[in-house]
Write a protein that binds this ligand. Structure first.
Ligand SMILES: [Zn+2]
Length: 232
C-alpha cells in the first residue's frame, strides 16, 4: 500500500489553541527525526536493547529500594532470598491477610497451621505455635540471649542495636534469614503440597541453609559438625 501523508489544518482561533501550538512546537524542538526505520527501544538499558539481566536488576532495585531494607542487601545470599527478605521487611509477602487487604476475594484469612489467628506475617513467622517452636530451637542452638520477637520490626531493631562482633552478627543474620525463609517455604508447601516439606526437618534445614550460605562465600571458618553443636 502506498504511504500517504495527511495534512490536517486547524484554525488558531483562541488563546487556548495558541498556547497549545506553542507547547507543541516547544515539545518538538528537541526531536530529531531520522530517516531510519522505527523500532522498539528498552529505556532501562544503556544500549537501549532488551536483556534479561538488566530487567532482573531493575526489578530487584524496585523491591530493594527502601532504606530500611539496606541491611538485607547481603550479597552472600541467593538473589531470590534477598528479594524474599526485602518483601518480608516491608510486609509484602502474600499472606492471607495481605491478599485480603488488597481486595482479592479469599474464603478464609485464618492461619493455615492453627486457625486461631489471622494469617498475618507476624503471626505466621513469629507467634504461631509452629514458628515459636522453631524460634525456640534456634534460640537453644545458638546459645545467646536471643529475645522473643513479636514481629519483623522488633527483630530488626534488636539486630541493629545488639553489641556483638560483625562476624557473629553475620552468622546470626544468616540463621534468622534461613529461619524465616524455611518457615515461608513450609507454609507454601503446607498450602500446595504438604508432602513436599515436613515439620520435623525445619530446624535441620535452617542449620544447613545458613551454613551453606556462609560457606559459599568463604565466610565460615567452622566445620559442619561444630556448626551443628555451637554456631556462634
Ligand atoms: Zn497460626
Amino acid at each position: 500500500m502506498k504511504d500517504e501523508i495527511k495534512i490536517v489544518r486547524v484554525e488558531i482561533n483562541s488563546s487556548g489553541s495558541a498556547y497549545q501550538l506553542i507547547d507543541m512546537v516547544s515539545e518538538l524542538s528537541g526531536v530529531n527525526l531520522s530517516s531510519s526505520k522505527d523500532g522498539w527501544s528498552w529505556s532501562i538499558s544503556s544500549d537501549r536493547n532488551f536483556n534479561v539481566a538488566n530487567t532482573r536488576r531493575c526489578i530487584d532495585i524496585s523491591y530493594l529500594q527502601e532504606d530500611s531494607v539496606n541491611i538485607y542487601r547481603v550479597k552472600l545470599l541467593p538473589r531470590k532470598v534477598n528479594v524474599f527478605l526485602s518483601r518480608f521487611v516491608l510486609d509484602r509477602l502474600s499472606t492471607r491477610l495481605n491478599i485480603s487487604s488488597r481486595g482479592l476475594e479469599i474464603n478464609d484469612i485464618r492461619c493455615l497451621f492453627c486457625s486461631h489467628s489471622v494469617e498475618s506475617l507476624s503471626h505466621l513467622l513469629f507467634s504461631c505455635d509452629i514458628a515459636s517452636g522453631v524460634w525456640r530451637k534456634v534460640r537453644l542452638w545458638t546459645d545467646i540471649q536471643l529475645p522473643t520477637f513479636d514481629d519483623c520490626d522488633s527483630w530488626f531493631y534488636w539486630y541493629q542495636s545488639v553489641q556483638l562482633s560483625s562476624g557473629l552478627k553475620l552468622r546470626i543474620y544468616n540463621i534468622v534469614a534461613a529461619l524465616v525463609w524455611i518457615l515461608w517455604k513450609y507454609r507454601n508447601a503446607f498450602l500446595f503440597d504438604p508432602s513436599r516439606l515436613k515439620k520435623q526437618v525445619l530446624f535441620d534445614l535452617i542449620r544447613m541453609y545458613s551454613y551453606n550460605w556462609l560457606s559459599d562465600i568463604g565466610h565460615v571458618n567452622i566445620s559442619w559438625n561444630d556448626w551443628l553443636i555451637k554456631p556462634l
